[in-house]
Design a protein around this ligand. Structure first.
Ligand SMILES: Nc1nc2c(ncn2[C@@H]2O[C@H](COP(=O)(O)OP(=O)(O)OP(=O)(O)O)[C@@H](O)[C@H]2O)c(=O)[nH]1
Length: 188
């Protein structure tokens, strides 16, 4: 299978992963082929070994590789609030993942990134929330630039590291119903 990468949708996946693992924002755009990151996250008494795969951008015509399905426990699906197209692509990507897993419910956190660019906004927060709700998933808006994540009715801004990735682990635990003492989570 040949997977043709179309670099149309730089929504901030690499920037979010880099903020999470390295704690910094990188200016400039360097298209991703595929990067992997590892990090240990402690939630309460449990320790999770995260293996995070940062994939290249997809579009609605991309064929999903098996590696996107097999052995993956949860997904952070990222669109840019400044791109309606990226939002539409995320919708079709979710359908492919859902079919690929053959499950009724997937551990997913839907993230509307680049929320700091509000004047250029093409997708309202309420639309992201509605889509996530239709999947039974969690929704957040974020800014990799400002290292902040925004809930829809948030009491205060929280850091990305304690936001998105904590949430996706909780989603995995909720869906799989299997909080262990020590777990390996492969995220994408
Ligand atoms: N203002 C702003 N810019 C961002 C944010 N996140 C990423 N960017 C910028 O958007 C561009 C693309 O970011 P990447 O993190 O490379 O996007 P990506 O989704 O990994 O792109 P691909 O590798 O093509 O899949 C870069 O110029 C980033 O600096 C954000 O939250 N706010």
């Amino acid at each position: 299978m040949i997977w043709i990468r179309l670099p149309l949708l730089p929504t901030g996946k690499t920037s979010l992963a880099h903020q999470f693992v390295e704690g910094e924002f990188l200016e400039g755009y360097d298209p991703t082929v595929e990067n992997t990151y590892s990090k240990i996250v402690t939630l309460g008494k449990d320790e999770f070994h995260l293996h995070l795969v940062d994939t290249a951008g997809q579009d609605e015509y991309s064929i999903l590789p098996y590696s996107f399905i097999i052995g993956v426990h949860g997904y952070v699906l990222v669109y840019s609030v400044t791109s309606l197209h990226s939002f539409q692509v995320i919708e079709s990507l979710y359908q492919k993942l859902h079919e690929g897993h053959g499950k009724t419910r997937l551990p997913v956190v839907l993230v509307g990134n680049k929320a700091d660019l509000s004047p250029d906004r093409e997708v309202q927060a309420v639309e992201g929330k509605k889509l996530a709700e239709s999947w039974g998933a969690t929704f957040m808006e974020s800014s990799a630039r400002e290292n902040q994540v925004f809930g829809l009715k948030i009491m205060g801004k929280i850091r990305l590291t304690r936001g998105i990735f904590t949430k996706v682990i909780q989603e995995i635990a909720r869906v799989e119903n299997s909080y262990g003492q020590e777990r390996r989570c492969q995220l994408m």
